[in-house]
Write a protein that binds this ligand. Structure first.
Ligand SMILES: NC(=O)c1ccc[n+]([C@@H]2O[C@H](COP(=O)([O-])OP(=O)(O)OC[C@H]3O[C@@H](n4cnc5c(N)ncnc54)[C@H](O)[C@@H]3O)[C@@H](O)[C@H]2O)c1
Length: 345
C-alpha cells in the first residue's frame, strides 16, 4: 500500500515515515519545507523515500503526486503548530491548517483516496474541566492554533457523512523523544518544546526558562502528559489498519443531528494520544538531570497566557479499541532525545 505523509520532513512525520517503512508500506513524503528539513529524510532508513515539495493546498500538485505514486491513504501531519505565533497571525494559521487542509481532503476524495489520519491536538479542549481528559470532554480551544485544528476536524466529520471519507483524528498531548535506533529526532525552528529546550540548555550551558511557578500544582509548575514519538506513530499504524480492514467495528459518525451511520460508507475515529501520566516542568528537568548526568540551570519567567495548569490525557479509548500500549516512559524519551541532540548539534 502506498501512503502519502504530509509534513513528512518534520519531527513527527519523519518518525511516521520510519514506522511505515518498517511495517512494509511504500511511502511518499509531501512537504513544503516551510518548517521541515529535507535532511530529516537522509540516512539509510529513508533510502528510496521520495520527497515531493509542495503545499497541501496546491490541488494540482497534490493530484499529480497521488497519480504518480498511486497513493491510497494519507497521514496528514503538515501544519503550523506554534501557539504564540497563531495568536499573532491567526489568518495564517486558519489558511494553512484549515483551508489548505480542506483543499487537500477534497483533492483526495476527488482522486478516490478515502483514508486519512489527521494530527489533531489536545489544544482542541482548551482549559480542562476535568483531568484526565477523555475524548468527549467539551472542545473549547483557547487559541487560533487549536481552533484551526478543531475546525478541520469538523470539516472531516462533514466529509465522512457526505462523501465517504474514512478518517481518524488523533489528538496528541506532548510528543517527545527520538527514534530509539537514532534514525530521526526532533528539530523545530524556532524550538518551543520543553524537552529539546532543556537539552539545548544543558549542551550550551545556559538556563532553561520555567514559565510560571505559581500554578495550583504540587510544585507550582505546569503539569503535562508526554508521549514518546515512536509510541505515537505506532498508534497511527493501528488506526490505519483499522480504517483499512476493521470495517465492522469502526464506530459510525455521530453528528449534531444524532446521525449514527453514513450512507456514504464514511467513518470517524477520534482518539487521545497520551501516556496518561502527568509530569511537572520541574519533574521533567529533574529527570533530565538524572538521564544526562549534568545539572541544568533554570530561570523563572512569568506564566504564558492561556497555559492550563494541568493537561493529562485519558487514552483509555484507543487502548481498549485498538490495543494501543505505549512502551516508553519519560526517561526513555529523555534518553533517546539526548542521544539525538548530541549527535546532531
Ligand atoms: N509536536 C507536538 O508535541 C504536537 C502536539 C500536538 C499536535 N501536533 C501536530 O502534529 C503535527 C506534526 O508536528 P511536528 O511537531 O512534527 O511539526 P513540524 O513543524 O516538525 O512538522 C510539520 C511539517 O509540515 C510542513 N508543512 C506545514 N505546512 C505545510 C503546508 N501547508 N503544506 C505542506 N507542508 C507543510 C512543515 O514544513 C513541516 O515539515 C502537526 O500537525 C502538529 O499540529 C504536534
Amino acid at each position: 500500500m502506498v501512503v502519502m505523509v504530509t509534513g513528512g520532513a518534520g519531527y513527527i512525520g519523519s518518525h511516521a515515515v520510519l514506522a511505515l517503512r518498517r511495517a512494509g508500506y511504500d511511502v511518499v513524503v509531501y512537504d513544503n519545507l516551510s518548517r521541515g528539513f529535507a535532511e530529516a529524510l537522509q540516512g539509510e532508513a529513508f533510502a528510496g523515500v521520495p520527497l515531493e515539495v509542495g503545499d497541501v493546498g496546491d490541488r494540482r500538485r497534490v493530484r499529480e503526486v497521488i497519480d504518480k505514486y498511486g497513493v491510497e491513504a494519507v497521514l496528514h501531519f503538515a501544519a503550523l503548530a506554534q501557539v504564540a505565533e497563531s495568536v499573532e497571525q491567526p489568518a495564517r494559521y486558519f489558511r494553512n491548517n484549515t483551508l489548505q487542509g480542506l483543499d487537500l481532503v477534497e483533492t483526495l476524495l476527488d482522486a478516490g483516496v478515502r483514508t486519512l489520519i489527521f494530527s489533531s491536538t489536545a489544544a482542541v479542549y482548551g482549559e480542562p474541566e476535568r483531568v484526565p481528559i477523555p475524548e468527549d470532554h467539551p472542545e473549547r480551544p483557547t487559541n487560533p492554533y487549536g481552533r484551526s485544528k478543531l475546525a478541520f476536524e469538523f470539516i472531516l466529520e462533514s466529509l465522512a457523512v457526505a462523501r465517504g471519507l474514512r478518517y481518524a483524528a488523533l489528538r496528541y498531548f506532548n510528543v517527545a523523544g527520538a527514534d530509539p535506533e537514532g534514525q530521526a529526532g526532533e528539530r523545530h525552528q524556532p524550538e518551543t518544546h520543553l524537552i529539546p529546550l532543556i537539552l539545548a540548555a544543558a549542551l550550551d550551558h545556559h538556563p532553561v526558562r520555567i514559565f510560571g511557578t505559581d500554578y495550583p500544582t504540587p510544585d507550582g509548575t505546569c503539569i503535562r502528559d508526554y508521549v514518546h514519538v515512536t509510541d505515537l506513530v505506532e498508534a497511527h499504524l493501528l488506526a490505519l489498519r483499522k480504517l483499512i480492514e476493521g470495517q465492522p467495528r469502526v464506530p459510525a459518525v455521530t453528528t449534531a443531528a444524532g446521525v449514527a451511520e453514513t450512507a456514504s460508507g464514511g467513518c470517524r475515529l477520534v482518539y487521545n494520544l497520551g501516556s496518561e501520566k502527568g509530569y511537572s516542568v520541574r519533574e521533567v528537568i529533574q529527570a533530565a538531570e538524572r538521564v544526562i548526568g549534568m545539572p541544568i540551570q533554570t530561570e523563572i519567567a512569568p506564566r504564558r497566557p492561556g497555559d492550563p495548569a494541568v493537561l493529562v490525557a485519558s487514552s483509555e479509548r484507543i487502548r481498549r479499541e485498538l490495543g494501543w500500549a505505549p512502551r516508553y516512559g519519560l526517561e526513555e524519551m529523555l534518553a533517546t532525545a539526548w542521544a539525538w541532540h548530541q549527535a546532531h548539534r
